[in-house]
Structure formats: C-alpha cells, structure tokens
Design a binder for this molecule. Structure first.
Ligand SMILES: N[C@@H](CCC(=O)N[C@@H](CS)C(=O)NCC(=O)O)C(=O)O
Length: 213
C-alpha cells in the first residue's frame, strides 16, 4: 500500500492513526500542500480532488476521502475494530466523526482559507477569526454532546478508540494552531489525552512525520 500524506493535513493524520491502530505501515509519498503539490499534474492523476490523503491499495485501487479509507481499512483489517458492534453505536460514532469531517474541517481547509485571503481580500486576522469561529461552533457542540451522553467513556464511545476519536485528535491539533482556547472543552481534552497516551495516536502526530517542517 502507498499513502499520499502531508504532515500537517488533519485528514491524512486521521488515516495515519487508523493505519497505526491496525499495525500497518504502507509506503508513503509526501504532498507538500503549502507548495501547491496537490494541484500538480502528477498528483491530480492519482486523485482528481487535489486533496490528501489518498491510499493506493495492494490491489492498485486508489482510495480517497479519509473516512472512506478508514472504513475500508476497518473492513479489510478488522482488528482492532474502529466502529462499535451495534448499529446504534455505529450511527453515534459516525455522527461524531462526521460532525468534524463534514461540518468543521472543510470550511477551514487550505483552499477555502486561500480563497478568503486571495479572492475576497480578507486579512490574516480575519482569516484566523473565521477559522476560530467555525472551529469553536463545532467543538462547543461536540463538548456538550460528549459530556452529557452515557455512551461516552474514556474515549468518545466507550473504552476503546473509534473513528470519532480518530477525527477528534487531529481537529484539536488544528485548533491549537490557531490558538483556540481549548480549556472550554474539558471532555474533549480528557479524551484527547487518553488517545495520545496510545502509541498509535502519538506516532501519527504531525511533528513526528518525516516531512515535518
Ligand atoms: N474530505 C476530505 C478532505 C481532504 C482535505 O481537505 N485535505 C486537505 C488537507 S487536511 C487538503 O488536501 N487540502 C489541500 C487544499 O486545500 O488545497 C477527506 O476527509 O479526506
């Protein structure tokens, strides 16, 4: 397998965590987003979305979209499972993951931020304000949900990590980069600490990657 990766990409960070949890270490190709490598002919031939991650499977298929990749990994390498055994649990975990992957992350993506500053003429301060605002809106809702629901355990769902935790940890790393006040989210911080105590999460952190700048 081959993972197209970038140290600071939180979507790729999700896949790195899942691969580590499954004990898999594919070949890696780095796509330096800050230098526009995602829009080169070579990379667009792999993934026409021009986004990382992409995973080339042993069979040569190119998989895109971090959550689709992670669910594929979970189906093809079932241990340890990244989704609960019951349908209601799976719906809850997917909803938590999608709250991050669909509602927080995309509007703070590099190309959106570049459009704000480049096309719309927003200042750096306005851009960072946008980022912090949408991150806060999403994380506040997650904190409320996780703090009040009985299904929350040491991790987002019970006592072992799922795709919800896999999305949460990279999103909190992004929030720190824009200096969001995370003390407002004690449940999220508690779960993040439980995750980062696991080598699979710790080893996937952006600054531990070979392409970290
Ligand atoms: N929904 C996609 C999002 C992928 C994505 O947005 N990747 C970002 C990095 S986290 C990217 O490649 N950005 C490049 C750009 O915005 O030009 C997924 O989950 O894989």
């Amino acid at each position: 397998m081959k993972l197209y990766d970038y140290f600071r990409s939180s979507a790729a960070y999700r896949v790195r965590i899942a691969l580590n949890l499954k004990g898999l270490a594919p070949e890696r190709a780095f796509v330096p987003l800050r230098r526009g490598a995602q829009r080169t002919e070579n990379y667009l031939a792999v993934n026409p979305l021009g986004l990382v991650p992409s995973l080339v499977t042993d069979g040569g298929e190119v998989l895109t979209q971090s959550l689709a990749i992670i669910e594929w990994l979970d189906e093809t390498h079932p241990q340890p499972p990244l989704l609960p055994p019951d349908a209601a649990g799976r719906a809850r975990v997917r909803a938590l993951a999608l709250a991050i992957a669909c509602d927080i992350h995309p509007i703070n993506n590099l190309r959106v931020l570049n459009y704000l500053t480049g096309t719309l003429g927003a200042t750096e301060a306005q851009k960072n304000g946008w980022y912090r605002y949408w991150c806060d809106v999403g994380l506040e809702a997650l904190e409320t949900q996780l703090a009040r629901e009985k299904a929350t355990g040491a991790f987002c769902h019970g006592g072992s990590p799922t795709i919800a935790d896999i999305c949460l940890v990279p999103q909190l790393a992004n929030a720190r980069r824009v200096e969001l006040d995370l003390s407002l989210y004690p449940t999220l911080l508690r779960i993040e600490a439980a995750c980062n105590a696991l080598p699979a999460f710790a080893a996937a952190a952006p600054l531990k990657q070979p392409d970290a700048e």
